[in-house]
Structure formats: structure tokens, C-alpha cells
Design a protein around this ligand. Structure first.
Ligand SMILES: [Zn+2]
Length: 253
């Protein structure tokens, strides 16, 4: 990006769904609009033009606003597959979207769904991770193997630690409570849990996180931790086996 300082992120939280606007000047790119109304209201209030919608995967709580946003703003709709409502362009690893966000990269991150992608803007040090990586958690495996999801999470974990993470849902408090049980000796988890409790009390959101913070506090990125392995009684097991067991336990937490 020519001038990396000339952008900002707007967050909209409806229920536990996050919608993000990447704003540059008078233009906005909308990420995962679960619905259109709050986006249209924000666009109007700030006098912004929506140029593009980016979807991380085909679930309705990420795409529900596509049709109306396209109809009312004429924006381009981008996503990973034909299942995306009102899709104009299918995004793969080499898809060029420079005219909407300079330097935008598509990262395939299958695991929550087969087609899940993340949107990475290296010059702004930002990634939109959809339902693959959450703050202190990860998405459910919907038809994908633990191996596939673990591979995607490791790809995300290898990004620069200062990369800001904007994920698809506000599940942070519940995720940290689970993390505190699985990783009981981890002070970083305890500290973040306190911080998030006070953010909730103040009515604030917990986004963004960072890749660095996730590596410290997200049990799904810490399957090598002796503490977690002790809790699960899985010493000597492979990282994917530990990951799969954590995911199973989180499913019923
Ligand atoms: Zn989803």
C-alpha cells in the first residue's frame, strides 16, 4: 500500500458476529457482512462508498448481507466459492484485488470449511481470519480433518507476531475460560481473561488480537505446551492428536 497509514478499521458487532470495514479515504471494503442494515447505516453516517465485499467462507452468518449490499451499493462480491450469495469473483491464492485493497493477499485456510480463506494485508499488518482462528480459540471442524485445520492454524501462526487479527465472532471470554482450564499454568491466559472481563464490563469488543498474543494465549496454537499435554494426559502424542483432543473437548465445553 502506498501510504499504509491512510486506512482504518470499523467494527460492527451484531450478536456475536463481527462485520469489519476496511476504510481508505471515502471508500470501504466490507468483510463478512452477516447483515446489510448496520453496514448501510455506517456507510451513510460516515459518507463512505462500499466498493467490495470480502467473504471468508460460505456460512450465512458471514454472507447474509451480500445481496442487499450489492443491490444498494453496486459493490463487487468476492469469496471462496460458488456457494457465496451474489458472488462476482471467486478468490484463490493468486487472485488480484489490488484495486480494492493494495497488496491484499488471499490465504487458503481450510479446516472450519473446505473453502475457508483469510484476507491478509501485509503492509497494514492485518489479517481477517473468519471462523478459522478466533481470539484464544478456533472454529469447529465442519467436514474437515483435524490435520487440515491444524495446518491452517500453523500457517496463520507463522505470520509476523505484530499482525493484527480480526476474527469472525466474539467468543473471546468463553474461549479464555476454556484456555484457563486446559492451560492452567499459563499466566498470559489469566491476565488476558481479566482484561477481557473488564472489556466486557465496559461494553467494548476484544478485537483486534495479534498473532503474537494468540501464540501466548490460544491453546489450539500451543499443543506443544507441557501443561496442556499434562491436562489432557497426552504426553508423547503428536501435535495433531493433541489438537484434535482439545477441539473435541471445546465442542462440549
Ligand atoms: Zn462459519
Amino acid at each position: 500500500m502506498d501510504n499504509a497509514s491512510q486506512w482504518e478499521i470499523e467494527q460492527i458487532l451484531t450478536g456475536d458476529n463481527y462485520i469489519y470495514l476496511f476504510v481508505q479515504g471515502s471508500e470501504a471494503v466490507v468483510v463478512d457482512p452477516s447483515e446489510a442494515a448496520p453496514v448501510l447505516e455506517l456507510l451513510k453516517g460516515r459518507n463512505l462508498r462500499c466498493t467490495c465485499v470480502l467473504n471468508t467462507h460460505d456460512h450465512w452468518d458471514h454472507t447474509g448481507g451480500n445481496e442487499e449490499l450489492k443491490k444498494k451499493t453496486g459493490c463487487l462480491v468476492v469469496g471462496p466459492d460458488q456457494g457465496i450469495p451474489a458472488i462476482d469473483r471467486i478468490a484463490a491464492k493468486d487472485t488480484e484485488l489490488d484495486e480494492y485493497i493494495p497488496g491484499l493477499q488471499i490465504l487458503p485456510v481450510p479446516g472450519h470449511t473446505h473453502g475457508s480463506i483469510a484476507y491478509h494485508i501485509p503492509s497494514a499488518r492485518i489479517i481477517f481470519t473468519g471462523d478459522t482462528l478466533f481470539a484464544s480459540g478456533c472454529g469447529r471442524l465442519m467436514g474437515c480433518s483435524a490435520d487440515t485445520m491444524y495446518g491452517s492454524l500453523m500457517r496463520l501462526a507463522s505470520l509476523p507476531p505484530q499482525t493484527r487479527v480480526y476474527c469472525g465472532h466474539e467468543y473471546t471470554l468463553e474461549n479464555l475460560r476454556f484456555a484457563a482450564l486446559m492451560d492452567p499454568g499459563n499466566d498470559a491466559v489469566r491476565i488476558r481473561l481479566k482484561e477481557v472481563e473488564s472489556l466486557y464490563r465496559e461494553g467494548k469488543t476484544t478485537m483486534p488480537s495479534t498473532i503474537g498474543l494468540e501464540k501466548e494465549t490460544n491453546p489450539f496454537l500451543r499443543v506443544h505446551s507441557a501443561d496442556i499435554r499434562n491436562t489432557l494426559n497426552m504426553d508423547g502424542k503428536s501435535p495433531v492428536e493433541v489438537f484434535a483432543e482439545l477441539r473435541r473437548r471445546k465442542d462440549v465445553f
